[in-house]
Design a protein around this ligand. Structure first.
Ligand code: DX5
Ligand code: ZN
Length: 214
C-alpha cells in the first residue's frame, strides 16, 4: 500500500481552505494533522476547533497525530471534530491499551506513534487493537527537520514483529520524508508516508505528491 499523507503543519495557516482544496485535487490519500500541546513537544500548533474547520473542507480522511500528554482527555473531542484516524504517542500514555480502545470506541481507527529513541517492544502487546504504527523519523515538534537514518532498521524490525504477531496494522513514517528517501521507505515496507516541507515548500506540491507516490 502506498499512502501519502501531507502534513498541514507546513501549510499556510492564513490560507488553509486554499491549501486543503489543493490537496483535495491532488493524488494524496489522507491529510495529516499535527496537534501539539507545548508539553509533550516543545511547540504548540492547534487544537480541536481548527481540526473541525479542516474537516469542513477536507475531502479525504483526517490522520490526526496527537503530540499531547495524557491524550485520553481529548480523544472524544478530536473524534467529534472529525478525525478518522487518531494516533497517540506511546510515551504519552500510561494505559496505552485503554487509550487505543477508547479511540476505537469513538469510531476512529487507532494509531500509536513511537519517538526515534523508543523501542518497538513498547507496542508489542497492543498490536491487535492498533490499526497504524507511526514511526517518528525526527524528534517530534517541528516540520523541516532532517530524517534519522536508523528509521530503516526500525521499519524492517517492525515488519518482522508484525508478521510474528499476524497483525495487519499499517506502518507509517513521519519526519524528514522527501523525494530521495520516499522510494527507499516504500521499498523497506512502509505503507504510509507523511510529508510536510517536502510537499508544501516545493514549486508544485501536487507534482511532488505524485512523485512521492511513485
Ligand atoms: C513533526 C510532525 C510531522 C511534521 C513533518 O513533529 O509530526 O508530521 O509536520 O514535517 P516534515 O515532513 O517537514 O518533516
Ligand atoms: Zn506528524
Amino acid at each position: 500500500m502506498k499512502i501519502i499523507s501531507p502534513s498541514l503543519l507546513s501549510a499556510d495557516f492564513g490560507h488553509l481552505e486554499r491549501d486543503i482544496a489543493m490537496l483535495n485535487e491532488s493524488a494524496c490519500d489522507w491529510l495529516h494533522v499535527d496537534v501539539m500541546d507545548g508539553v509533550f513537544v516543545p511547540n504548540i500548533s492547534f487544537g480541536q476547533p481548527i481540526v473541525k474547520a479542516i474537516k469542513r473542507y477536507a475531502a479525504k480522511p483526517l490522520d490526526v497525530h496527537l503530540m499531547i500528554t495524557d491524550p485520553d482527555r481529548y480523544i472524544r473531542d478530536f473524534a467529534d471534530a472529525g478525525a478518522d484516524i487518531i494516533t497517540v504517542h506511546s510515551e504519552a500514555c500510561i494505559h496505552l491499551d485503554r487509550t487505543l480502545k477508547l479511540i476505537k470506541d469513538c469510531g476512529c481507527r487507532s494509531g500509536v506513534a513511537l519517538n526515534p529513541a523508543t523501542p518497538l517492544v513498547m507496542i508489542e502487546n497492543v498490536l491487535d487493537i492498533c490499526d497504524l504504527v507511526l514511526l517518528m523519523s525526527v524528534n517530534p515538534g517541528f516540520g523541516g527537520q532532517s530524517f534519522i537514518e536508523n528509521t530503516y532498521n526500525k521499519v524492517s524490525a517492525f515488519r518482522q514483529l508484525r508478521e510474528q504477531r499476524k497483525s495487519s496494522c499499517l506502518i507509517s513514517v513521519d519526519g524528514g520524508v522527501n523525494l530521495s528517501n520516499a522510494p527507499l521507505l516504500f521499498n523497506a515496507g512502509c505503507d504510509v508516508l507523511v510529508a510536510g516541507n517536502a510537499v508544501f515548500k516545493s514549486d508544485s506540491p501536487q507534482l511532488t505528491i505524485q512523485k512521492l507516490k511513485q
